[in-house]
Design a protein around this ligand. Structure first.
Ligand code: COA
Length: 391
């Protein structure tokens, strides 16, 4: 290993929920023209967590195949990013660490900054590997997005977890050092500790996202980043997939490029295939877009990919990576497709019942109904302690 040893994403796997609500079913209740969902925001379905699923079960499901393929010996850090935290003190990753039987000689921590925190976790992981290239970091981004029923945000709900193994000589993507950064104190989306649903100023969040794109691009350029035309593909945070197209148009015009509509859809449509049927998975969203790109593009070997991460509040980051030749052999395309296709479709009434569920706060012994057919489940609460099990 030398100072120039490439570091990046060695493996990537994603998981989502047991249930799915098609937007046609939502539209039948809201009376909204389906065109607004399918075309206006670019969403067709949303993943809905079963009563016995949460960020921990999705995280363990996403990470288990990585551990199975590469073993646990080199993993010394687990960073779990989420804005759907389940405890104010204990990191959700500790439960995941236990479910995956990771070694005790591991540090585990949780990160938060809205939908940006998955990128923070990745960047911190790169730093740890740079310090000791023999180590790997398990980075997980996992979220369940929830808005008030009948609010504008409702149609953008979703849920997913992405697990990435970060290490030296990666098999998938080499991440490049320059990063463009942007932070501004904005109240475009937030969730006070006493609320189970987020508060959002919709249009303000779109404007803030676009402003952040201009900010990260300016800083990326000043940090010696690549010119925009060198990137062969772009992965954006996708709170709804149409947002990727808005961000792309804004980034190109900010950078002084003229972008035809056709060019734009050709470059972006491969990144939206999973998100348009999964919905907003907050911290995981941009990495679900990456999974979609890798799984649907022909051969991206040696192509540069741009990553544009945004989290309300707000923090954003722009950075680049290069696809490693031979990466196709390491993809999990069939599994990812089946993760999406195996979900059970539910009707509006079932969705509302799940949405309204809240956990008892009396410290009693409460078992959750068995609904998930996934490998891990949230079995219930006892004495204020969450119980998890393998299915
Ligand atoms: N057919 C096709 N398109 C239609 C349509 C129809 N029948 N009806 C409306 N649309 C289009 C609108 O023209 C608009 O397109 P545009 O954005 O290109 O102008 C789009 O659908 C959305 O319509 P709008 O009236 O703006 O929707 P809304 O007020 O319900 O709010 C969000 C949309 C995204 C703001 C809302 O879903 C939200 O608050 N989401 C959560 C926050 C979020 O995701 N923020 C993003 C940054 S992180």
């Amino acid at each position: 290993m030398t100072a120039n040893t490439p570091i990046g994403i060695h493996d990537l796997s994603f998981a989502t929920t047991e249930f799915v609500l098609p937007h046609t079913e939502l539209a039948a209740h809201t009376g909204v023209d389906i065109g607004k969902y399918h075309i206006g925001i670019g969403q067709r379905a949303m993943s809905i967590a079963a009563a016995d699923e949460d960020i921990v079960t999705m995280s363990a499901t996403a990470a288990a195949p990585l551990v199975e393929r590469w073993g646990t010996e080199r993993i010394r850090t687990v960073v779990l990013s989420t804005e759907t935290s389940i405890d104010q003190s204990k990191a959700a990753g500790v439960y995941v660490h236990s479910l995956l039987n990771l070694p005790t000689s591991t540090r585990v921590v949780e990160l938060k900054q809205a939908c940006y925190s998955g990128t923070a976790a990745l960047q911190f992981a790169l730093g740890l590997v740079h310090r000791d290239p023999s180590q790997q970091v398990l980075v997980i981004a996992s979220d369940v997005s929830r808005y008030e029923p009948d609010s504008p945000g409702e149609a953008t709900q979703g849920a997913a977890a992405v697990a990435m193994l970060v290490g030296a000589n990666p098999a998938l993507i080499r991440i490049e050092p320059p990063s463009g950064l942007y932070t501004a104190d904005v109240m475009d989306f937030w969730r006070p500790n006493y609320r189970s649903t987020a508060l959002v100023a919709g249009q303000e969040s779109i404007d803030s996202y676009l402003q952040a794109m201009a900010g990260v691009w300016k800083d990326y350029t000043e940090q010696g980043g690549r010119p925009l035309h060198e990137f062969g593909a772009f992965c954006y945070h996708q709170p709804f997939t149409k947002m990727a197209f808005k961000a792309h148009r804004h980034l190109f015009s900010t950078a002084g490029y003229d972008l035809g509509e056709n060019d734009m859809s050709a470059m972006l449509r491969l990144t939206t295939a999973y998100n348009e049927v999964v919905g907003n998975s907050y911290a995981a969203s941009m990495y679900v877009a990456l999974a979609s790109l890798l799984d649907h593009a022909d051969d991206l070997s040696e192509q540069s990919i741009a990553f544009a991460s945004y989290g309300s509040g707000c923090v954003a980051e722009f950075f680049g990576g290069t696809v490693v030749p031979g990466y196709l052999e390491h993809l999990r395309t069939e599994t990812h497709r089946s993760v999406v296709e195996r979900r059970q479709s539910i009707d509006y009434a079932t969705y509302r019942t799940l949405h309204q569920r809240s956990l008892p706060e009396d410290g009693g012994h409460h078992m959750t109904p068995r609904q998930t057919t996934g490998p891990f489940r949230f079995a219930g609460l006892s004495g204020h302690k969450r119980l998890y099990e393998r299915s």
